[in-house]
Structure formats: structure tokens, C-alpha cells
Design a protein around this ligand. Structure first.
Ligand SMILES: O=C(O)CCC(=O)C(=O)O
Length: 290
């Protein structure tokens, strides 16, 4: 990206509509690779710069299973540089345009760290975990902080799967299933579709955007190098809580931010990154302006 803002091309937007994802280079300024990797070190050690704990901490140094992919969700609440990266207006704009929304707000970030030898993440579709808000949609930007490869367990997408009509998900194991592709193979068969799996192989700083109904997951890291990724999952800027879904998907974690008598999503907890009328939640930092 250098220091300029990211701008989506028409070809990239067309690929997203056709395939349910698009792979690209240059999403993250190389000057931030080192500082962001150090954020991963700190957060997985339990050092939270702002004093606020992330919403989900699934791995910590000294306690976590060394064969699992390390995961933290909403690290932006804990760390200012993570916030400056996953709350970027330019990426929010790209996500909103791809999803066909008037704007984008952050729902969840993921710090994913798959060290050498770490196991897979099962195939899944993000929208299936979101019965707690409406519209029940997510669109995502996945940013690699290391060079990625199929052998290194990079994220992989089933091309065209966002258009498969049968949306009946089997509740699959997310962390380290025996075969991370079993559920997507079953889904392809239910839909009479050919399974075309595409790994995101990019240099550090590259990555992808994907649709909330696109099947995706990743294999084990069979290389000798780390695979770290920073992920921003966004919703429509106008999203509101949906109480009947609070107990399902990841609702029990995120619906704690609802007011007792109002379904509005508070921007303190789910900031608006970009809206077509020029609005952005006040006070959000951008990289380089910490
Ligand atoms: O990085 C991965 O392996 C999975 C990422 C993922 O599930 C996502 O970006 O939605």
C-alpha cells in the first residue's frame, strides 16, 4: 500500500461478485509489518496496552496448546496499532462497496497466528454465526503479515460457494478438525457443485476480501515459518441487534454490548469506519497517526 489509501478496482469488484472473494497485494504498509508482529507478541502474552481485554482470547503464552492456531478476537479494544489498522476508513469503504452497503462498521477483528506445525481451522461461513444482529451479513478483509503459501496453511476459499443455494450448515468443528475440508466437500455435494478451493498465496501485506456466505478455512502449517493474519469482519453500518438470536452463534459474547431497551449498536463498541455520506465515528485513529 505504501502510504496511500487502498482503492478497489472494477476488476477486483467483479471477481468478488463472481467468486465470493478476491485476492490482492499491498493492503498493509510494509513499515507496519514489524510493529504489528510485535502487537501479536504482546497480545498473546496477555499485555493489553489500553487496559481493556479483547472479547475472545483463545490462546495465551504458557497456557495454550502449541499445536493450535492462536486466536484473539477484537484485539483492537486492547491495542492502538491493531485498532489503527482494522478501523481503517479505506478498507471499510472497500468492504461496504463490495457488500453493497451504505457503510461499514467493525463487528470483530481476528488476530490469527499459525506457527510451524500448528493445525487447521475448519471450513465455515461467517454469516452462519450471526443470528444476533440484522441484517445477518458480514464481509471481511484478511491481511497477511507473513508471506503465505498453501503448505503454510494460508486461508483458502471455495470459489463461487457464496451462491450455493443450500445454506444448511452442519455445526462443524472450527479449531483443528481432523480434515478441515470435510464440511465444504459435503456442502458442495449437497449443491451439486464442483469444489474449487483457492489458497490465498500472497507476500506479506497482501490478502483478500470475502463474502459472508463464502466457505473458507485453512490447513495445517507444514512449513518452518509463522503465518500471522489480521482480519477485519464488518457489518452494514446500519446493523442493529436482534434479540431472538442473542443466545446463538457468537451472540452470547457480542450481545453484551446491547442496551436493555434499544437495539441500536453503540458506536463505542462497533464503530462506523466509512459511510457514503462522509460520516465516520469520531476519534478513530489511522495508521501513522497514533
Ligand atoms: O485465516 C484463516 O485461516 C481463517 C480466517 C477466517 O476464518 C476469516 O477470515 O473469516
Amino acid at each position: 500500500m505504501g502510504t496511500g489509501a487502498f482503492r478497489l478496482t472494477d476488476d477486483q469488484a467483479a471477481a468478488f461478485v463472481r467468486d465470493g472473494f478476491v485476492v490482492l497485494d499491498g493492503l498493509v504498509d510494509p513499515a507496519l509489518f514489524g510493529p504489528l508482529r510485535r502487537c501479536f507478541d504482546r497480545l498473546f502474552r496477555g499485555e493489553f496496552e489500553t487496559g481493556v481485554e479483547p472479547d475472545e482470547v483463545n490462546w495465551q503464552e504458557g497456557e495454550g496448546d502449541s499445536t493450535l492456531t492462536r486466536q484473539i478476537c477484537n484485539g483492537w479494544r486492547a491495542d492502538r496499532l491493531v485498532a489503527a489498522t482494522v478501523l481503517r476508513a479505506d478498507l471499510g469503504e472497500a468492504i461496504a462497496r463490495l457488500a453493497g452497503w451504505p457503510g461499514a462498521r467493525i463487528i470483530q477483528d481476528n488476530l490469527l497466528w499459525k506457527p510451524p506445525g500448528a493445525r487447521s481451522l475448519g471450513f465455515h461461513r461467517d454469516n452462519a454465526y450471526l443470528p444476533w444482529y440484522r441484517p445477518q451479513e458480514m464481509a471481511t478483509c484478511w491481511m497477511a503479515l507473513d508471506d503465505t503459501s498453501a503448505a503454510g496453511g494460508t486461508v483458502e476459499f471455495a470459489r463461487g460457494s457464496h451462491r450455493w443455494p443450500d445454506q444448511g450448515d452442519s455445526e462443524a468443528e472450527f479449531h483443528a478438525p481432523q480434515d478441515h475440508r470435510t464440511v465444504v466437500a459435503e456442502a458442495a455435494a449437497r449443491n451439486g457443485a464442483d469444489l474449487d478451493i483457492v489458497p490465498v498465496e500472497v507476500d506479506a501485506g497482501g490478502g483478500s476480501f470475502h463474502h459472508g456466505w463464502t466457505w473458507h478455512g485453512s490447513g495445517a502449517n507444514d512449513t518452518g515459518t509463522d503465518r500471522r493474519a489480521l482480519v477485519m469482519h464488518c457489518a452494514n453500518s446500519g446493523a442493529r441487534f436482534h434479540r431472538p438470536g442473542f443466545g446463538e452463534g457468537n451472540g452470547p459474547i457480542y450481545s453484551r454490548y446491547a442496551q436493555p431497551d434499544d437495539d441500536a449498536m453503540d458506536e463505542t463498541h462497533f464503530p462506523i469506519l466509512w459511510r457514503e455520506d462522509g460520516y465516520r465515528t469520531p476519534g478513530l485513529t489511522d495508521p501513522g497517526r497514533r
